[in-house]
Design a binder for this molecule. Sequence first.
Ligand SMILES: Cc1cc2nc3c(=O)[nH]c(=O)nc-3n(C[C@H](O)[C@H](O)[C@H](O)COP(=O)(O)O)c2cc1C
Length: 169
Amino acid sequence: MKAIGIFYGSSTGYTKKIAERIKAYLEPGLIEIYDVKYAKKQDIEKYDNIILGSSTWGKGILQTDFERFLYNVLKFSDLRNKKIAIFGTGDSITYPESFVDAIGIIFEALKGKGVKFVGEFPTNGYQFKSSLSIFGDKFVGLPLDNDSEEEQNKLRIAIWADILKTNMN
Ligand SMILES: Cc1cc2nc3c(=O)[nH]c(=O)nc-3n(C[C@H](O)[C@H](O)[C@H](O)COP(=O)(O)O)c2cc1C
């Protein structure tokens, strides 16, 4: 597998923690983690394999730093033929109608840029009313719910890491 860049936006540190955990489940030596607050076009363009992660705020909006990164950096980056996987953190009990919307917002914004998306995830076991992150019958990335047991999140990350190992370059 080639190198992977993980780019996260995090307001209270949870998404950052998840980024570090995802790194541990992949091949840590091949992975570099970037806070999108400081990431530049050159940082993203050097990877063929990219993981993007954002929490959802408001009622269905991107984490502030990630929003800036998406519209000021990612939109202007050459992402053709890159494999991109998305994860999102959220809270399905307090925000059941906009659960992990960030995943879907990122997906929609990058569609049409020649990206190859990987890392879809089944909806089984999640409790929520609606989410912009579902296309067809799956999430277009990995949702991690604050309200799930720690063990369940770890298991989901482990399963997702295996999916990425199979589908990334
Ligand atoms: C004011 C506020 C609004 C939120 N809105 C949503 C939401 O619409 N959908 C969702 O799934 N989670 C929502 N959340 C939950 C956060 O996404 C969750 O706590 C996340 O883990 C924060 O990650 P971070 O610390 O990395 O930014 C909200 C949390 C707060 C405090």
